[in-house]
Design a binder for this molecule. Structure first.
Ligand SMILES: C[S@@+](CC[C@H](N)C(=O)[O-])C[C@H]1O[C@@H](n2cnc3c(N)ncnc32)[C@H](O)[C@@H]1O
Length: 288
């Protein structure tokens, strides 16, 4: 179970999201894999059902979260001077490749990280495509590990440059864990980010907003997803104030909740006629 020490049952979901990025022209050819195409086809009936019931499916929210995270990251690099990015649970996301290419002239260090199996696959794909180098690497990490070479603390200590303004991303990860497990990780992350000249954490989040129609449907969906991924799929926080309070409680000094609706007409993200359920959370630590 994801509450224990092995969450590798979640890894296959990265094939699905990788295929979503590819289908919408957001990826690069060498990250397109047959497993993704198969999973995408298998998930299609569920997606169509969600669209019929709710007016928007999961794919809409995946695209919203992905493009909003890209936007926040790009602004952090260009406007706040971030030069070190760690994308935890990178899966088959093209972001590392695209951002490393785009900001090659800015001395940006982009570290992608995932569980060892997924990290090895990604490293191999990027290596063969000639994308890796001193400024773009793929690391092994396990957010649940303690006292291990692949724990958050060890990876930060051994692989990050403490003099750089640093931004950490998790996308498509946090809702696979129950609240005590994920807040344990967030508290360790906030404390690991404090020594850097700037420490920012950006994540997507599916909240437990009772007023939202999708939450009722999500209950069925999350039970099924929990079984196939062997994880504690959970929705976190009952309202936006609770989100801000929750991140404050684990050690972040400032939290901003980004709603997809604020980006309609600003970014090229899909617009849905019902309220979106996904949120992107931007957290900043303050130095001790
Ligand atoms: C839904 S995929 C998201 C992949 C990618 N971020 C995206 O949005 O396309 C979830 C990812 O979480 C990774 N993962 C699962 N448990 C993890 C852990 N304990 N530590 C780090 N990554 C983990 C999986 O290997 C997988 O790549």
């Amino acid at each position: 179970m994801a509450t224990g020490s092995d969450s590798s049952g979640i890894s296959f979901t990265a094939f699905y999201t990788g295929e979503v990025w590819r289908r919408h022209g957001l990826s690069v050819p060498f990250l397109s894999l047959p497993q993704g195409r198969l999973l995408y086809a298998a998930g299609r009936p569920m997606e169509l059902l969600a669209e019929a019931l709710l007016g928007a499916g999961n794919e809409t929210m995946l695209l919203q979260r992905h493009l909003i995270i890209d936007c926040i990251l790009e602004q952090a690099i260009t406007e706040q001077g971030v030069t070190q990015v760690v994308e935890i649970a990178c899966g088959l996301s093209p972001r590392g490749t695209l951002i490393a290419r785009r900001f090659a002239d800015r001395d940006l260090h982009y570290l992608e990280a995932d569980l060892p199996g997924m990290a090895a696959r990604k490293r191999n794909l990027l290596e063969r495509a000639g994308e890796l180098g001193p400024r773009h690497q793929v690391l092994d990490i396990d957010i649940l590990a303690r006292d291990s070479a692949i724990s958050l603390e060890s990876v930060f200590q051994s692989r990050l440059d403490p003099s750089r303004k640093t931004l950490v991303i998790t996308e498509g990860l946090v809702n696979y864990f129950d609240y005590p497990t994920i807040t344990g990780f967030w508290a360790r992350l906030a404390s690991a980010l404090k020594p850097f000249p700037a420490g920012i954490y950006v994540t997507d989040l599916y909240p437990n907003f009772q007023w939202h129609r999708a939450v009722k449907v999500a209950r069925v969906f999350k039970a099924a997803l929990g079984v196939v991924t062997r994880s504690q799929v959970s929705l976190h926080f009952g309202n936006e104030a609770a989100i801000r309070e929750g991140f404050h409680d684990v050690g972040f000094a400032a939290t901003r909740v980004h709603l997809p609706e604020s980006y309609y007409g600003v970014l090229d993200i899909p617009v849905q006629r019902t309220p979106s359920l996904v949120r992107v959370i931007e957290n900043h630590v303050s130095r001790d």
